[in-house]
Design a protein around this ligand. Structure first.
Ligand SMILES: *[C@@H]1O[C@H](CO)[C@@H](O)[C@H](O)[C@H]1NC(C)=O
Ligand SMILES: *[C@@H]1O[C@H](CO)[C@@H](O)[C@H](O)[C@H]1NC(C)=O
Ligand SMILES: *[C@@H]1O[C@H](CO)[C@@H](O)[C@H](O)[C@H]1NC(C)=O
Ligand SMILES: *[C@@H]1O[C@H](CO)[C@@H](O)[C@H](O)[C@H]1NC(C)=O
Ligand SMILES: *[C@@H]1O[C@H](CO)[C@@H](O)[C@H](O)[C@H]1NC(C)=O
Length: 462
């Protein structure tokens, strides 16, 4: 298990979690009625259980208890929403489980997508069954939060948390479908605040972590909806190495000040960061080589780049090839963003830019800086550890928490410099301007932080 996963897992053990049946995926609402375990649900249920047990030692694996579910069919496949209880047996052998655990029953919510006989797990939320929830709307709210009853938080803390949560709900205009979901979201929010505090305590930079628009999502939901786990699984297409630039890197650089960067965009509930990272890079290349800044279409890549997986993730290296073989990119205005995959509607006549090639860049951050200052913004992929709770400042997570081998998010480096002697990369993200510093992430430069240097690439326009 990755160290940060372990941290989350320990935190999860400590705080417990309350179950919910509310569905945060709008496209999955209006589904068929719930039905008990039928032969049709058995496949997806077994798949979810296997996913849950993956990486667990024999003797610690969970078994399936009661299951009910519902199905929603779309043209390409079926989406199964499952509610299941899992039984975990006790484990006292420290050679098998890291901490002794007693026998427990978990309540889990799974969303399993089946396309052409292939299953994909879209959601997994599990929590102990015996958690207690109290009424969020009760202003006096003086009982324990929905946490493990063995470990209640101090009352003061709960009161403070409710007021912060109410503030959050108002600031980000959050609506929940039911009281039950609101209660569950409060418990998630509370755990996240504790988690953000830990990440803060362990950060070596100047970053502040705390409430963000993602504060009511479980780490798992966040990862499945917004991140790109493909990046850590398979390597993309190999590219040739760019020729290094001769000049040494200037002390600082910012392409935003030179008009090479479009406004911050929003990928919404879709793991399409790879497309935004690539269009951002091509926008910069086109500007520097042809003198016009055009906002380019990510939707074209979602729909027409068949090497990548639209909202399920993709690789910049594949996207460059797709742009080249399709015959260019249309503009954002001509082929606008939908946030989900649709039929390809690219028309070569409407393409406004083309690329001729793509290159992989040096892993040396000095050389990367030198290249950036001469050639333009760079597509990078990093480990997104802590970004769910990032507010501002220069992030510098401890290396074991932000391993360069767990890359799961692509973005665009647009500049670099020092802030009070802390060197940083200025990175354009695609989560809207209401995240980070007006949509930007600042990450420590020169230490290979979160793997920022290992997947740097660019398109080439001749
Ligand atoms: C609010 O909670 C308190 C303490 O748990 C309880 O005595 C009171 O009846 C509740 N009020 C409402 C309106 O539910
Ligand atoms: C808040 O959300 C509601 C429902 O989603 C929407 O109708 C309303 O326009 C939103 N208000 C703001 C200020 O975003
Ligand atoms: C496809 O693009 C053409 C213009 O290029 C447009 O007229 C048409 O409505 C589009 N089709 C869809 C399904 O969006
Ligand atoms: C770059 O690609 C464009 C469009 O495919 C093509 O017209 C142009 O000749 C290419 N440039 C070079 C130098 O190959
Ligand atoms: C930026 O900070 C680093 C580390 O403190 C320092 O070595 C470097 O000289 C600084 N660069 C500038 C341009 O101030």
């Amino acid at each position: 298990m990755a160290p940060w996963l372990r941290l989350l897992w320990l935190l999860g053990l400590l705080l417990g979690a309350a179950p919910t049946s509310a569905n945060p995926y709008p496209w999955a609402s209006g589904a068929e009625a719930w039905e008990p375990l039928s032969p049709e649900l058995l496949g997806p249920a077994r798949f979810a259980l296997d996913a849950y047990n993956r990486g667990r030692a024999a003797g610690t694996r969970a078994g399936l208890g009661a299951v009910r579910g519902r199905v929603r069919r779309a043209s390409r496949g079926s989406l199964y929403s499952l509610e299941a209880t899992l039984e975990e047996s006790a484990c006292k052998d420290p050679m098998v489980c890291q901490l002794p655990v007693s026998k427990k029953t978990l309540f889990c919510i799974f969303e399993v997508l089946e396309e052409l006989g292939k299953h994909t797990l879209l959601r997994r939320d599990c929590g102990p069954v015996d958690t207690k929830v109290t009424d969020l709307r009760n202003e006096t709210f003086n009982s324990v939060l929905p946490l493990s009853s063995k470990d209640p938080l101090p009352e003061e803390f709960s009161m403070k948390m409710i007021s912060i949560f109410k503030n959050f709900v108002a600031t980000y205009n959050r609506t929940y479908e039911s009281k039950k979901e609101a209660q569950w979201r409060l418990s998630v929010f509370t755990r996240n605040m504790v988690l953000a505090q830990r990440i803060q305590a362990l950060d070596h930079g100047t970053a502040q972590y705390g409430v963000t628009k993602f504060s009511d999502l479980t780490e798992e939901e966040f990862r499945t909806i917004y991140l790109n786990p493909l990046l850590r699984e398979e390597p993309g297409k190999k590219m040739h190495l760019a020729k290094a630039v001769r000049d040494p890197a200037p002390l600082e650089w910012d392409w935003r000040k030179k008009g090479a960067v479009t406004e911050v965009k929003n990928q919404r509930m879709c793991g399409s960061c790879w497309a935004f990272s690539v269009t951002g890079n091509v926008e910069g290349q086109w500007f520097l080589n042809r003198g016009t800044l055009l906002s380019l279409s990510e939707q074209e890549l979602l729909d027409c780049d068949k090497m990548d997986k639209a909202c399920m993730g993709g690789f910049p290296s594949n996207a460059y090839l797709a742009i080249k073989s399709l015959g260019g990119l249309e503009t954002e205005d001509d082929y606008s963003y939908q946030g989900h995959m649709k039929a390809c509607n690219f028309s070569a006549k409407k393409a406004k830019v083309y690329i001729n090639d793509s290159v992989e860049l040096s892993k040396n951050e000095q050389k990367l800086a030198a290249w950036l200052a001469v050639k333009g913004p760079i597509s990078v992929a990093i480990n997104a550890f802590g970004m769910q709770f990032y507010r501002h400042g220069i992030a510098h997570p401890l290396r074991p928490l932000c391993s360069p081998w767990f890359i799961d998010h692509a973005m665009l480096v647009v500049g670099y410099g020092n802030r009070s002697n802390v060197p940083f990369w200025a990175i354009k993200n695609s989560w809207g301007t209401d995240w980070g510093e007006e949509g930007y992430y600042y990450l420590h430069r020169g230490s290979g932080a979160c793997g920022v240097n290992i997947m740097a690439s660019s398109a080439v326009v001749d």
